[in-house]
Design a protein around this ligand. Structure first.
Ligand code: APR
Length: 235
């Protein structure tokens, strides 16, 4: 894969890219959904039913962010972002801030961010304080109705217009560290193929969507992503 072949790249990332930083994945062994039922912590119904449990779940994940750091795969994508002369959009399903901490800028969080909170009273999006469990006040309306700014199951992902525009225009689509279990992200490869893009999967093992990709490289993102980026930038 050489830079000259491509102009417009979309990279989709999932929990697997943060695994080597110590952030648990969702569906792997010891994954988040091993210890918690999605229905208890990741739906609007769960939040209405038991806000204390849900706030505590995300407070713990937010606190854990302070104990982890970006890895070589995040750093490689930040390098691509800094040096790629064409179009690039990194679409992450992750709610951690490791892409930004590595220096990525041309990116969107389609499932929200742990470090952001949303006011249910006035809709204001704001930096989340360390804990939402003690009911902090909204910076705009002062109501104490902040929820984690996370896209829960059954809710619309963020930035879909920008993502679909980038998919329709891309000539290279790369998926890194995702199981392909959750839509609409799992369908992006078909959108990119439809646009005539070349498609590459980088994942620890086969995902539910491997058969949709032109090429699949299986192994750890921390090793494979720097190799792919360096080859693309022809170092
Ligand atoms: N390098 C590359 N891939 C890895 C690594 C690694 N070091 N470790 C794990 N993986 C792969 C796993 O093999 C798996 O295919 O990453 C994938 C992680 O899959 P999931 O845990 O299902 O996470 P993800 O695909 O991001 O989940 C999608 O589901 O739960 C919801 O909203 C949540 O954004 C999340 C969405």
């Amino acid at each position: 894969m050489r830079a000259a072949e491509f102009q417009s790249i979309v990279v989709l990332t999932g929990a697997g890219i943060s695994a080597e930083s110590g952030v648990p994945t969702f569906r792997g062994p010891d994954g988040l959904w091993e210890g918690h039922r999605v229905e208890d912590v990741a739906t609007p119904q769960a939040f209405r039913r038991d806000p204390v449990l849900v706030q505590a779940f995300y407070d713990a994940r937010r606190a854990a962010l302070a104990r982890v750091a970006p890895n070589a795969a995040h750093a490689a994508l930040a390098r691509l972002d800094a040096q790629w002369p064409g179009d690039l959009l990194v679409v992450t399903q992750n709610v951690d801030d490791l892409h930004e901490r590595a220096g990525a800028r041309r990116m969107v969080h389609m499932h929200g961010e742990l470090k952001s909170a949303l006011c249910l009273a006035c809709g204001e999006r704001q930096t989340a304080p360390d804990t939402l469990s003690d009911g902090p006040a909204c910076i705009r309306c002062e109501a104490r109705r902040l929820r984690p700014d996370i896209v829960w199951f059954g809710e619309m992902p963020y930035h879909m217009d920008r993502i679909e525009t980038a998919l329709a225009a891309c000539d290279l689509f790369v998926s890194i560290g995702t199981s392909g279990a959750v839509y609409p992200a799992a369908g992006f490869v078909q959108g990119a193929r439809h646009a005539g893009a070349r498609t590459l999967e980088i994942n620890l093992d086969r995902s539910e969507g491997t058969h949709f990709f032109d090429e699949a490289r299986h192994g750890r993102a921390g090793e494979l992503v720097p190799l792919w980026v360096d080859a693309l930038l022809k170092r």
